[in-house]
Every structure is written in structure tokens, then in C-alpha cells.
Design a protein around this ligand. Structure first.
Ligand code: ADP
Ligand code: MG
Length: 613
């Protein structure tokens, strides 16, 4: 028998598509406030948004007779016909958000239009009550409490308060950037986190990232053939450890779009190394006929009619500015560009096409036409990495190799190498080679020890043992190190403070940043900026991986840097100590897996000298 689901059941299922987390609720409510023409929007969250979300606006309000309809699925004032779908100018259009949110929470809407009275309507898990009069200023206030209280399965999937809060903060930051003409107030558990004044993009960027960031950015403004790109991109020396400092707004909507992010990443390719990510705040406006925003239930991505044109436009503008090519003159906003940057960008004589010396800015601008959709060289549309070609085709061997036998043998050798613990007392130090390899003799065997690799390994093991014993020693620093983070980074580190502490870091949260006052003893003097950069760079991919494993890996890298480098001569005492610390373990490898010790049998030498065959 086929049942038609009652609306409250249907809505509870459908709700999962639009609102799956507190940040998506905030997103939908703020979008509604923007669509209502608000100039002031207040956002409050408590308990990471799980306990309470409240969005207040001074927009057009909802008339009493529309209040009930706002709670109904597919009820929207923004779209009437299917044709309207081709030219969506509002952020909302599905009419699903309020119904979905209301189905899985206790929601109250209080609203007043300019000419009407204030009215309130509440819903408990989708069951709406009666409309009652309420004192209200012009505009709307939506309060959502107990999110997912009636869908325990969903509730279980929510992350920690700090983590949800971080994602909400990331979302709110994007709204503040995308609508610099609106003044936002954002409170977390009653404390102001962001307050913007609606006085322009520059000021909004300063609210979110601090005023000094502007000095490290180019301001862009480019327009051709109905496509416009403007905003800020970090200069060649300004990068971030992960992608959370990248914002793209397509026709005013914050989206994460593969085509655009690839175009920007490729434009930066010559300037950034792996795990360095560009900083950008980009506004892309395209004619609404060539962009489809209706691809994702929570509208997190858009689809372009022609990805190549979009890719080409973004790539050409960003790379022209970064490369300092002549075309960039058109895109770099004149007023904003720091003088020094103009020089360093355009005075490079090696770059062809740079405006001739003495040519005025305006002349250069007129002379050099740059076509956004027609890049001089074909824009490199990225293709998947090709599978490595087979290097050689082996001729069939005369005798069939028994792979099983070979495997067995190598496994046996490996396990023997592991067991091969020699008594250091039986080894005699015979000198060193190339200031890197220490030579030991023991019985009929000689051992070459890579002092760098061995030392690295020793440091790494020592540190790891300490971590595991929860007894890592901290070394306080003279000056504490201040680590600035954004919402997501903050939440990530906050969740992992205990892990970092167990490794010997003394770290505490400090508003929206962290104060590091001590580091593991063995890593004293380390490059903290670099270290935390590496930790944060894995944030995007880390959800599944455990931080302790990552830290061990990073510490190994640092240990490697702190270790005795090949080329330095060890004293006799150090050599003896090294050997003792190795406890005669000749099978050891450095933390990267390179062998730290190589064994040469006497017979192998004898073969070389043809003493035996
Ligand atoms: P959509 O935004 O897709 O139209 P929603 O479910 O988010 O759907 O909202 C339903 C309707 O409720 C909107 O079309 C709008 O008419 C009204 N509405 C919701 N929030 C507000 C608000 N803050 N101010 C004015 N009207 C609102
Ligand atoms: Mg909406």
C-alpha cells in the first residue's frame, strides 16, 4: 500500500536536505532577512546554535495574513512561475527553509510590517499554533530553539558546540563580506563577536580579518562582456594555511565553486608552494541566464553555462595582477593599490609588455587592451593528472620468478632486521665518512650509520615516548606566541587543545586567537608560525584523521630539522651517546622511513676485491 506522508513527517525528512546543521539554519534565516531588504541584521547563537538561534532584521516584515503561509512548504513570495526560475535575484526561492526549520525545532516568528501591527506565530516540531499579537519593531525576528529535538538521529550527527559555532561564524563572516552595505551584529552566547557598520567592503574586511590584511592585498575590479570580477586577492607573499580564507560570491551568493577556485589556485601556482593557499574575497557577477543556482538544496554551489569562459576570465584577471603583466593595469583598483605595489608589480623589465618607462598610468591603460574572455594564451584548463606511463616493459624472464617465495624472503629479512639488536659494547667505532656516515665494526660485519637519520630517529622516539607517557616536558618561551585564527580554525584547535598539551605545548584560547607560552622541550626554538600553519593546513582533510597521528608526523618533520644535519662533525662523546641511544638497534629508520643504518658484510667486500667469488 502506498501512503501519502502527512506533511509533518514529510517535512521532517525534507528538512535534512535544507537544514542539516546550525550553520545552515543561520544561513537560511539571514538570507531571508537580506531578501526582505533589511539594512540591519542581528544574529545570536547559543550552544553552537543547538540551543538557540535568533535572527532579527528591520526588513519589510510579514503581514498577518501571510504569517501562516510562511510556515508551509513551498510557500514563497519570491517566485511565482517556472519562468521566474531563470532569473532569480533573491537568495531564497524554494520556500522550503522556514517549513524545514520549523519541522525540526521550536520556532517562533515575530513580525511587523510598516503599516501593520506586530504578530507572532510559533511552531512546535512543525505544529503551528495560533497567531497572537506581539510587541515588535518593524521587521522580523525568527527564534529557533532546540534544533533537531524531535529527530534524535540528526542530533547525534551534530558536532561539538565549539565546532558548530566555528562553522556558523565562518558563515556569518561571509555574509558580512558579501553585504558590506548592511550592518550586522553577531553575538555568541551573549558576547559580541562581529559588529559591522554597513559602511563598505573595506571596513567589512577589516571587521573580519583585521585592518592590516588590506595592506597585503590587491583590490581588483574588472569587467568585460557582462562578466565582472572584483574584490581582494592576497599579494604574492600573503598566503594562508588552508582554504578557509577564501570567499567567492557569485551574484551576491556565497558559494564554493570548483571552477573558480581552480582558476585562482592556478593563477597563484608560480608563487605559492604546496599547503599554501591564496587569500581572496571575490565577487563574480555574471548574467543570471548563464548561471544556475538551483543545483543544490542548500545552494552551496552554482553551475555555469560555460565553465571555460568563467575559468578563463578569473584566471586571466588574477594571474595578470599577480604576474604584474600590463593587462593588470585595468584590473587593479587605482585608489586602493599601495604605491610600492604598483612599482614592484609593473617595473619588472623582464616581463614583456610592461608599459614603457615614463608612460602615464592613463596612457598605459588606454594603450593596453586586455580581453577577459579572450586571454592571449589559451587558458590552461586543468586536466586530470595522467597515470604514470610504464617506464619499461620487462622481457619475459627465462625462469619464472616465484613471487610468493620472494615475498616470504623479504618479510623474513625485515623481521630479522627488526630483531637485530646488537650489544653496543661489541661494536667498535672506526671513524666517519664524508662527515655523515659513522663506521662501526662488529665481528664479520661493518655498519654505516647515517648520523643525521639516526639522530632524527632518536629525537622522534624520545618525543613520542614522552607524549605517550603524557610526560612531555615543556619549555616556556620568553615571549608568548600569538596565533590568530578564523572561526573554523579556532574551533578546530579548541577541540584539540588537550592533544596539543599532551605533546608539551602550553596553549590557551585568547579571545579569537591562541596564546602559546611553552613548547615541547625538544622543539624549543622551532618555527611556530610554520608548525601551526602545517597543523591548520590539514584541517580541511582532518575530520577523519586523528590529530595525534598528524602531530606525530609533524613533530617528526620538526625533529628532522632540529636533528644534527649531515655535514656536521659529531664529537666522540656524541658518537658514543648516539650509539647508546640507538641501543644497538641497527634496523632503525629515520622518521621518514629512510634507513639510518646500512650493514656491509665482510664477504661483500671480499667479493668486490675478488678475494672470493
Ligand atoms: P524562501 O526564502 O525560499 O521564499 P522561506 O521558507 O525561507 O522561503 O520563507 C518563506 C517566505 O516567508 C518568504 O518567501 C517570505 O515571504 C517570508 N519570510 C521569511 N523570512 C522573512 C523575513 N525575515 N522577512 C520578511 N519575510 C520573510
Ligand atoms: Mg528563504
Amino acid at each position: 500500500m502506498i501512503n501519502i506522508l502527512p506533511p509533518d513527517v514529510y517535512n521532517r525528512i525534507a528538512a535534512g536536505e535544507v537544514v542539516d546543521r546550525p550553520y545552515s539554519v543561520v544561513k537560511e534565516l539571514v538570507e531571508n532577512a537580506i531578501d526582505a531588504g533589511a539594512t540591519e541584521i542581528g544574529i545570536e547563537i547559543e550552544g553552537g546554535g543547538k540551543d538557540r538561534i535568533c535572527v532579527t532584521d528591520n526588513g519589510c516584515g510579514i503581514a498577518k495574513e501571510d504569517l501562516k503561509a510562511a510556515f508551509l512548504p513551498h510557500a514563497t513570495s519570491k517566485l511565482r512561475t517556472a519562468e521566474d526560475l531563470t532569473a532569480i535575484s533573491t537568495l531564497g526561492f524554494r520556500g522550503e527553509a522556514i517549513a524545514s526549520v520549523a519541522a525540526v525545532s521550536k520556532t517562533e516568528i515575530v513580525s511587523k510590517t510598516k503599516d501593520g501591527e506586530g504578530w507572532s506565530l510559533s511552531s512546535d516540531g512543525g505544529k503551528t499554533g495560533e497567531i497572537v499579537p506581539a510587541a515588535a519593531a518593524n521587521g522580523t525576528r525568527v527564534t529557533v530553539e532546540g534544533l533537531f529535538f524531535n529527530t534524535p538521529a540528526r542530533l547525534k550527527f551534530l558536532k561539538s558546540d565549539a565546532s558548530e559555532e566555528g562553522d556558523v561564524t565562518g558563515m556569518v563572516a561571509r555574509f558580512i563580506l558579501s553585504r558590506p552595505e548592511i550592518s550586522f551584529t553577531y553575538l555568541i552566547n551573549g558576547k559580541v563577536r562581529y559588529r559591522s557598520f554597513g559602511d563598505g567592503l573595506k571596513s567589512a574586511v577589516a571587521v573580519i580579518y583585521g585592518a592590516d590584511v588590506l595592506g597585503k592585498c590587491f583590490e581588483l575590479s574588472a569587467e568585460k562582456h557582462g562578466i565582472s570580477l572584483r574584490g581582494y586577492i592576497g599579494n604574492r607573499n600573503f598566503y594562508k594555511p588552508n582554504r578557509s580564507y577564501q570567499s567567492l560570491f557569485v551574484n551576491g551568493r556565497y558559494v564554493v565553486n570548483q571552477t573558480v577556485s581552480l582558476a585562482v589556485a592556478n593563477a597563484y601556482k608560480n608563487y605559492l608552494m604546496t599547503r599554501q593557499y591564496p587569500f581572496y574575497i571575490l565577487f563574480l557577477e555574471v548574467p543570471s541566464e548563464i548561471v544556475d543556482v538551483n543545483v543544490h538544496p542548500n545552494k552551496a554551489d552554482v553551475r555555469f553555462a560555460d565553465n571555460r569562459v568563467v575559468y578563463g576570465s578569473v584566471y586571466s584577471v588574477v594571474s595578470a595582477v599577480l604576474d604584474g603583466s600590463s593587462g593588470a593595469l585595468e584590473y587593479v583598483a587605482e585608489s586602493s593599490l599601495p604605491r610600492a605595489e604598483v612599482k614592484s608589480t609593473f617595473s619588472d623589465p623582464a616581463k614583456s609588455g610592461a608599459p614603457a618607462a615614463g608612460m602615464s598610468y592613463a596612457e598605459a591603460k588606454k594603450e593596453l587592451q586586455f580581453d577577459v574572455s579572450l586571454v592571449g594564451k589559451p587558458s590552461p584548463i586543468p586536466h586530470r593528472e595522467q597515470a604514470p606511463a610504464l617506464l619499461e616493459v620487462r622481457a619475459p624472464q627465462e625462469k619464472e620468478t616465484d613471487f610468493f617465495e620472494e615475498n616470504r624472503r623479504s618479510l623474513l629479512e625485515q623481521s630479522r632486521a627488526k630483531q637485530e639488536k646488537l650489544d653496543p659494547a661489541t661494536l667498535e667505532f672506526k671513524g666517519e665518512l664524508f662527515r655523515t656516515y659513522l663506521i662501526y665494526e662488529g665481528g664479520d660485519e661493518a655498519y654505516l650509520v647515517d648520523q643525521h637519520a639516526a639522530h632524527e630517529r632518536i629525537l622522534y622516539d624520545r618525543l613520542r615516548a614522552k607524549c605517550e607517557a603524557r610526560a612531555a616536558l615543556s619549555q616556556p618561551m620568553l615571549l608568548p606566541f600569538l596565533l590568530h585564527t578564523n572561526g573554523q580554525e579556532f574551533a578546530f584547535l579548541l577541540k584539540n587543545l588537550d592533544v596539543l598539551r599532551s605533546f608539551g605545548f602550553e596553549i590557551e584560547d585568547f579571545g579569537d586567537s591562541f596564546k602559546v607560552s611553552a613548547v615541547p622541550v625538544d622543539l624549543f626554538g622551532m618555527d611556530l608560525e610554520g608548525f601551526f600553519g602545517e597543523v591548520l593546513s590539514s584541517m580541511d582533510t582532518l575530520r577523519a584523521i586523528k590529530l595525534p597521528d598528524l602531530l606525530k608526523d609533524r613533530l617528526a618533520t620538526m625533529a628532522c630539522k632540529a636533528a644534527v644535519k649531515g655535514g656536521e662533525k659529531l664529537t666522540d662523546g656524541e658518537v658514543r651517546k648516539l650509539l647508546e641511544e640507538m641501543e644497538g638497534d641497527m634496523g632503525i629508520k629515520c622518521p621518514h622511513g629512510r634507513p639510518a643504518c646500512v650493514k656491509i658484510r665482510k664477504t661483500e667486500l671480499e667479493k668486490l676485491f675478488k678475494r672470493i667469488v
